[in-house]
Design a binder for this molecule. Structure first.
Ligand SMILES: [Fe+2]
Length: 257
């Protein structure tokens, strides 16, 4: 089984310059979708960890809807701080969301269960896991399950130690999340985004794997006094290849400009 992880598309509806966004952000997102579709052997799922659009506008979600219509692989969505939860839900209304006002849900795929978390806290850059969602997560984790567990969430439940980039990440619920995951019989993999730089870290026994962004990527700048520049490094995403023995991660460099 192969799971691709992408994040932070920051789609816009207009071609004009917007903040740090590359002018070709939408074209790059389409190129990425083509690359995902053409990957062999075929991918089983694409996990998209939030910030799908840039300003949570309806016209941007129409761009997202058109983009996802091109994707020939099942996908899973969670919101980021740039998203509007209800507009994003309307793009993918048939996913098995656990309750009407959030996007957390469970997806089983053979011997893999993915617990998708909704860390969006409207008006804040950082994210929160509130008690209702943590209770749901505890309930799901308590169900008997033979296989591997992935978590998908936008905000990293850690400080990535990336200098000035270490702004708000997950601001509430991190300790409770770690306690739940550390009580699992096997380590869990956490997929997240938000930082616009790839990195890996640990939360207790769980591996955190962060995807970068198609829209812009920060260069590595560890001096907290310096603003990190963006750069033109080739885009890459991670494919998690899983089997009954465990799994490994492959870094796929895409041929997008
Ligand atoms: Fe983002």
């Amino acid at each position: 089984m192969q799971i691709a992880h992408i994040s932070d598309l920051h789609l816009v509806a207009d071609a004009g310059p917007v903040g740090l966004l590359r002018k070709d952000a939408v074209l790059r997102a389409y190129a990425l979708i083509r690359d995902l579709n053409e990957f062999t052997p075929a991918l089983d799922l694409v996990v998209i960890t939030g910030d799908t659009v840039n300003d949570a506008r309806e016209d941007e979600y129409r761009v997202l809807s058109g983009l996802l219509a091109e994707l020939r692989i099942p996908y899973l969505l969670v919101p980021g701080n740039h998203d509007d939860r209800h507009l994003l839900r309307s793009v993918a209304p048939h996913q098995p969301y656990a309750e009407p006002d959030f996007m957390y849900h469970r997806r089983d795929l053979g011997t893999l269960r993915i617990l998708a978390l909704d860390t969006l806290s409207p008006g804040e850059i950082g994210g929160r896991l509130l008690s209702g969602q943590l209770d749901w997560l505890a309930h799901e984790l308590a169900q008997p399950f033979e296989g591997q567990t992935f978590i998908a969430m936008h905000h990293p439940p850690c400080k990535p130690r990336l200098g000035r980039l270490d702004g708000p990440t997950l601001m509430e619920g991190t300790a409770q999340l770690q306690a739940l995951l550390d009580a699992q019989p096997a380590p869990v993999t956490i997929l997240c985004g938000h930082m616009h730089r790839p990195f890996t870290a640990f939360l207790g026994r769980s591996l955190i794997s962060a995807a970068t962004s198609t829209a812009f990527e920060f260069a590595l700048q560890l001096d907290a006094n310096e603003e990190p520049p963006t750069h033109d490094a080739p885009y890459h995403y991670v494919i998690h290849a899983l089997d009954t023995q465990g799994g490994h991660a492959m870094h796929r460099r895409t041929p997008i400009f």
